[in-house]
Design a protein around this ligand. Structure first.
Ligand SMILES: Cc1cc2nc3c(=O)[nH]c(=O)nc-3n(C[C@H](O)[C@H](O)[C@H](O)COP(=O)(O)OP(=O)(O)OC[C@H]3O[C@@H](n4cnc5c(N)ncnc54)[C@H](O)[C@@H]3O)c2cc1C
Ligand code: FES
Length: 281
């Protein structure tokens, strides 16, 4: 699939078709470009992102969560954290927003065909990997065993409980949930996500491990997977930094010699090992 940038800097108008409240500060916007030609030529890959421009306020990078087969619509799940996302939170169906993209390098879906897949996410819902799960769900027979591991700090932080229940019913799929701090009635594991790793179903010689979440968590997961014999080249991380241009020009997202917007946001561990091991880089 080609990685087609519609326009480098110029946002195009998109209309919001639907707004879904996912949790207290988390919502999904389903949108499409108002120009049918632009929408018709828009293609993306799981793990890529768009820049969403709230007119008069600013723009933010947000991952695309739907499957490339559903490219007639564009879904974004957004957490309200600051100035721009607070403004976007006020939009409703029928409102307009500026959109440019898709940008970046996404997950290695084609190279992972035929392999077991382990997805590890931490924190409050992890939009970048939802696209991977959607992708595998639509092409289930092309992949081996699927493992979805989600860790949260507190049991109350778990969102999308129904989605985990749905994913649990996919063929050849294991879903494991863990909370650092448990409460009565939490039916899943209490402890770090890595304490669930003995339950995973994968062949270390034929697996792709895809991670997103806090970098500290991803470091621990990488160490565990390397100890289990998974090659560095099969560990994939989705990185986040503040962004402006999204095309490798402004330097806001610089990560050593790389730009997260252009060379990432998904990197294989062997490409960023040194930087990734240095905290605070
Ligand atoms: C490639 C990529 C994909 C992303 N995908 C999603 C997504 O699907 N859904 C989603 O909700 N968010 C996503 N983000 C994060 C999102 O871009 C930021 O939350 C957003 O830019 C914050 O803008 P703001 O103006 O609302 O907050 P600001 O007022 O800019 O900042 C509020 C707080 O968030 C911090 N912050 C700002 N930007 C980032 C960032 N990129 N990473 C970490 N901390 C940041 C600031 O330091 C500050 O503490 C993604 C980021 C990247 C780089
Ligand atoms: S956001 Fe400008 S270089 Fe990456």
């Amino acid at each position: 699939m080609s990685n087609q940038i519609i326009n480098h800097y110029m946002p195009h108008e998109a209309v919001i078709l639907e707004r879904i409240q996912e949790g207290p500060h988390l919502f999904t916007l389903r949108m499409k470009f108002t120009d049918p030609d632009i929408q018709g030529s828009y293609v993306f890959e799981p793990g890529q992102f768009n820049m969403l421009y709230l007119y008069g306020v600013g723009d933010v990078p947000i991952s695309i969560v739907n499957d490339p087969l559903d490219s007639h619509i564009i879904d974004h799940t957004i957490r309200v954290v600051g100035r721009v996302t607070r403004g976007i939170d006020k939009l409703k169906a029928g409102d307009r927003i500026g959109l440019r993209g898709p940008y970046g390098r996404g997950w290695p879906m084609q190279q992972s065909s035929g392999k077991d897949v382990v997805i590890v996410t931490g924190g409050l819902g992890c939009a970048p990997v939802v696209s991977v799960i959607n992708y595998i769900e639509q092409r289930r027979e092309e992949f081996g065993r699927l493992n979805i591991v989600q860790g949260v700090k507190h049991t109350a932080d778990l969102i999308w409980k129904e989605r985990y229940d749905k994913w649990r019913n996919l063929p050849n799929t294991k879903v494991l949930l863990a909370a650092d701090v448990g409460e009565a009635l939490w039916p899943w594991h209490v402890g770090p996500v890595t304490s669930l790793f003995d339950q995973l179903m994968f062949n270390p010689d034929n697996v792709a491990v895809m991670m997103c979440g806090p970098e500290g968590m991803m470091r621990v997961v990488c160490r565990h997977m390397l100890d289990k014999g998974v090659p560095e080249s099969q560990l994939f991380l989705s990185m986040e930094r503040n962004m402006q241009c999204a095309i490798g020009h402004c330097g806001h997202c610089q990560y050593g010699s790389k730009f997260i917007c252009k060379d990432g946001p998904v990197f294989s561990y062997d490409k960023v090992r040194k930087l990734f091991q240095t905290k605070g880089f």
